[in-house]
Design a protein around this ligand. Structure first.
Ligand SMILES: [Zn+2]
Length: 172
């Protein structure tokens, strides 16, 4: 398997360029190469790294540099996702751990909580399917929205042609 040392990701077999940065400087991966495993929120990172430490896997978490543009824009919380790196030799073990702690799925705090209390099956409620009345209401609403959109577009087009016509009359 090939490895991009710049992005620290694995590239698929047969790919001559890194899918992330386009670099051609790929080399065969070494067991000690750090691989970007996943990006996760602060809370999730703590949970994952604890699990890895329990399994004695050396992992590194990198955070986006402070004082960056996104921080200046006030997006600190949203962009402060940590990137977790693990050595290539441990990657399959890491994936298994992620699956066992439920971190490979979409992050869900309730999930992990109910998992901790042991009643993951009994306590979790499946998403309630929309009732028939609600579904009909949504359908009607989308139809109305669609009609309104068509009406708006037609009106706008009319206005636009009028406008253009006026302009042409003025110039000629
Ligand atoms: Zn790359």
């Amino acid at each position: 398997m090939l490895y991009c040392p710049r992005c620290q990701i694995l590239c698929k077999k047969g790919e001559s360029r890194c899918p992330s940065c386009g670099s051609k400087k790929l080399r065969p991966v070494q067991p000690t190469d750090p691989i970007l495993l996943l990006t996760a929120s602060k809370q999730e990172c703590a949970r994952i790294t604890t699990a890895f430490q329990d399994a004695e896997i050396p992992c590194t978490v990198r955070w986006p540099g402070s004082g960056g543009l996104m921080n200046l824009l006030g997006g600190t919380n949203r962009t402060a996702d940590g990137r977790i790196f693990v050595p290539f030799s441990a990657i399959s073990q890491c994936r298994r751990i992620l699956q066992s702690i439920g971190a490979l799925k979409a992050e869900d705090e309730k999930d992990s909580l109910s998992g901790r209390t042991g009643g993951s099956k009994g306590k979790e409620e499946p998403p309630v399917p929309m009732s028939r009345g609600k579904r009909t209401a949504v359908r009607i609403f989308s139809v109305i929205l669609f009609i309104f959109l068509v009406w708006a577009v037609v009106n706008l087009a009319d206005d636009l042609t009028d406008c253009i016509r006026n302009m042409l009359q003025i110039t000629y």
